[in-house]
Write a protein that binds this ligand. Structure first.
Ligand SMILES: Cc1ncc(COP(=O)(O)O)c(C=O)c1O
Length: 390
């Protein structure tokens, strides 16, 4: 018999992800259509898969250097220069097990007991637990729909205290689809510089920016030495199961991060690293095609939701819409549970992304137009039924 009271209270008290909890419920419902998961539905482009096969055939199956294959780190530098005009060299790159490992080791490296980290909410489910597990204190700043889910200077300013060590941002954002443009960042950069904050910028959805091009906060030279960019292959290259991501940062920071990575992980999966070189060298076209397809689905979904009376703002990035359901009088949990039980559609309650997400639902459009169509029809019937019963 295990006595959890004698175990790490941060782990014991950490709630399981609200997304997972919901999908365990959904799995039990027959005929369910899920628009819940944030995972591209395309097969990984063939060139990438082929390169992995070649790596296996040639027995390139041993550990790589802890920091990642030098050729891959060079290709990552070429890629971020080509796509986002960022100047980095291989010493600035650490190859990780997805963006997920990056989030974990960054906070374990940056934080001392009781340091505060500003987190933008609603936000990705792993952020707050990872900060707490690293003995930091998340301080939430709400992203508001009226500001297109961008971070506003006044809101940031109010949250900064003498204990603030870092700010964690995610643009394009999960679950809101919000983006920050150059001029939006320009507003907050002086504040970040003045307080000497580290910026952890999760740019995993950078390639999925529909209006204009992605701006990385690392493009601002005045704070670049304090910026840690997280990116990866899961979303842009449809490589979720390959478990590959990376951190770009000052080389002294990378050396520290590499110590945590080395003792926890050793190195990211070798076969995936070889495959990722092919992704960066040969798959620009596929990335564009997948993005165009997501864009069509976004347009279709937003227009369809607006037609059935669920007012939905146009997200500018990632592959999620985040409509407000407050007019139904239901909480986001009630809305999603009833939609699932009565109309067999699974979406995620906004509250899974922090209490600021209450009153919203997250719908992923990483699904086929056919699936989206059926799901929206069912959501429409659900909304009708709510009106009739009022
Ligand atoms: C905002 C954000 N960051 C990081 C991740 C982690 O992705 P991965 O570990 O597959 O790179 C996800 C996955 O959904 C995400 O939405």
């Amino acid at each position: 018999m295990i006595d959890v009271k004698e175990l790490n209270p941060i782990v014991v008290n950490c709630p399981p992800s609200g997304i997972r909890k919901f999908f365990d419920l959904a799995r039990a419902v027959e005929g369910v259509i899920s628009l819940g998961v944030g995972e591209p539905d395309f097969p990984t482009p063939w060139d990438i898969r082929e390169e992995a096969i070649v790596a296996i055939e040639k027995a390139k199956t041993f550990y790589t250097p802890n920091q990642g294959l030098p050729e891959l780190r060079d290709e990552i530098c070429n890629y971020v220069k080509r796509r986002f005009d960022l100047e980095y060299t291989r010493e600035n790159v650490l190859v990780t097990v997805g963006g997920s490992e990056a989030i974990d080791i960054i906070f374990r490296t940056l934080l001392c007991d009781g340091d505060e980290v500003i987190v933008l909410t609603p936000g990705y489910v792993a952020y707050e637990p990872c900060i707490k597990l690293a003995r930091g204190i998340p301080v939430c700043v709400e992203l508001k729909e009226e500001n297109n889910f961008r971070l506003m200077k006044e809101d940031l300013e109010k949250a900064i205290t003498p204990k603030t060590k870092a700010i964690l941002m995610n643009f394009p954002g999960n679950p809101t689809g919000g983006i920050m443009r150059k001029e939006d960042y320009a507003e907050i950069i002086p504040l970040i510089k003045q307080h000497g904050l580290y910026v952890v910028s999760d740019e995993i959805y950078a390639e999925l920016t529909y209006e204009g091009t992605h701006t990385s906060i690392a493009a601002f030279d005045e704070i670049k030495d304090h910026v840690l960019v997280i990116n990866g292959f899961s979303k842009a290259y449809s490589m979720t199961g390959w478990r590959l991501g990376y951190i770009l940062a000052d080389k002294e920071l990378i050396a520290l991060l590499n110590k945590v990575h080395q003792y926890a992980i050793m190195c990211a999966p070798t076969i995936s690293q070889y495959a990722a070189i092919a992704a960066l060298r040969r798959c620009d076209e596929e990335v564009v095609q997948m993005k165009q397809s997501f864009e069509q689905r976004r347009n279709f979904l937003v227009n369809s939701l607006n037609k059935i009376g669920l007012e939905t703002h146009f997200p500018e990035g990632a592959f999620y819409v985040f409509p407000c359901i407050k007019s139904t009088g239901l909480t986001s949990d009630e809305f999603c549970e009833r939609l699932l039980k009565e109309y067999k559609v699974a979406v995620v309650p906004g509250s899974a992304f922090g209490k600021e997400g209450e009153g919203y639902i997250r719908i992923s459009y990483a699904y086929s137009i056919e699936q989206i169509k059926v799901a929206v029809e069912r959501i429409g019937l659900f909304l009708e039924s709510l009106k009739e019963n009022n």
